[in-house]
Each structure stands twice: as C-alpha cells, then as structure tokens.
Design a protein around this ligand. Structure first.
Ligand SMILES: [Zn+2]
Length: 85
C-alpha cells in the first residue's frame, strides 16, 4: 500500500471526516472495479486502527455507526460478513 505524504484536500478522510494535510493511503472500494481500475477513498495513516479476526482471517476497522443506516443497501455477502463481526 503506497503512503502519500500529502492529503488531497478536495475530499475528506472517511474516518475522521476532515481534510487535514497529513500522510494518507488510498483504500480501494468494493464493487467499483471496471477494466482493472477501481475507486478509492483517502484515509489518514493515523486514523487507521485495524483489528484482525483470526476466525475468518479478516482485517477490519469499525469506522463509525453510519454503516448501520446504510446496511439495508449493502449486498448480501457483505451483510453476512458484517453480521459475523
Ligand atoms: Zn482521518
């Protein structure tokens, strides 16, 4: 994963919801790949706080409670994964 020294201040980090100019990475978004190119979101390095679940061999981070309101529109495999978490 490439680390960028500058944050593109035209958007916000989806974890802290600010556009502070700090080192960041691009996180690819599920279900956006088209011809080898996919959409990504910027996240500050210091906002990343990953956890590892060895039972399902999966890295994750709870971002906020916002996902609950979007839960109804998620695809079925992702719903099943989130229910397990
Ligand atoms: Zn952030």
């Amino acid at each position: 994963m490439k680390i960028f020294k500058q944050f593109n201040t035209s958007g916000n980090c989806f974890i802290c919801n600010t556009n502070e100019n700090k080192p960041c990475v691009l996180i690819p978004k599920d279900n956006t790949e088209d011809d080898g190119i996919e959409e990504a979101e910027q996240v500050h390095i210091d906002c990343i706080n990953l956890r590892y679940n060895p039972e399902i061999n999966f890295f994750y981070q709870k971002v906020s409670n916002k996902w609950k309101t979007k839960f109804k529109s998620l695809n079925q495999p992702l719903k099943k994964l989130l229910i397990k978490l």
